[in-house]
Design a protein around this ligand. Structure first.
Ligand code: DC
Length: 217
């Protein structure tokens, strides 16, 4: 009973996953937040993420929990901090480490086992974490649309300029490059995933399409 939602940053995965989970009465897991929690812990304890062995050690010991809508890493509420520039800049490097991935994939599967299913969003959910998920969605959008969405999220409703979008586009492109070219579990489209594109479909249309696919499964 798993809906796997993968795709690049800014495609709308978080919003879509939350709405799909509400409609289907399932819990939702944002695995990107888990990688961000480990990146935060590494920055907090090490100051930087340059040493793979040190990062692996921090990841092995890190306690990462979701309490309601909050994220708690090693006992600290990091819900806002993990969305900041420092964690965002470090997370792709941390997520590229096999030891970090092995640990988090284990926690993700345990989360699903406890509930008997749920909506899980990330980069490798349909390809690695739950290859037998009954529904796999690859949520995509053109880079400019993704950059605009991220810039709007950051501005929290305030006006955004072309410069905000351009800056966001550069940072997204770099993260996508790192996420798609890493050796372990890169962002890939599972062959049996349904591709939905939020450049042409509204969030509501995407949510309805996923709910329909789930009912037809
Ligand atoms: O979705 P996000 O931007 O919060 O993800 C943060 C980072 O974690 C991103 O650089 C990709 C990585 N990630 C990953 O490698 N595997 C996942 N299942 C989820 C996220």
């Amino acid at each position: 009973n798993v809906v796997a939602i993968d795709g690049p940053a800014g495609a709308g995965k978080s919003t879509v996953s939350r709405l799909v989970a509400e409609k289907l009465g399932l819990d939702v897991l944002d695995t990107g937040a888990m990688y961000r929690c480990v990146a935060w812990a590494a920055l907090f304890e090490l100051g930087d993420v340059s040493d793979p062995a040190d990062v692996a050690r921090v990841a092995a010991a890190a306690r990462v929990e979701q309490v309601g809508t909050r994220w708690i890493a090693n006992g600290v509420d990091v819900t806002e901090t993990i969305r900041g520039v420092e964690v965002t800049a470090a997370v792709s490097v941390v997520a590229a480490q096999p030891a970090v991935r092995a640990r988090l994939v284990e926690l993700q599967r345990a989360w699903l086992d406890e509930r008997g299913g749920g909506v899980v969003e990330g980069r490798d959910i349909g390809s690695v974490v739950v290859p037998d998920a009954c529904l796999k969605v690859y949520l995509d959008a053109e880079p400019t649309a993704r950059a605009t969405r991220r810039a709007r999220e950051k501005a929290g409703g305030a006006e955004i300029s072309e410069r905000d979008t351009t800056a966001e586009l550069a940072s997204l492109n770099e993260r996508d490059r790192l996420d798609s070219t890493r050796t372990v579990s890169p962002l890939v489209q599972a062959p049996d995933a349904v591709v939905l594109d939020t450049t042409v479909l509204s969030i509501d249309e995407v949510v309805d399409a996923i709910v329909d696919l789930w009912r037809e499964r």
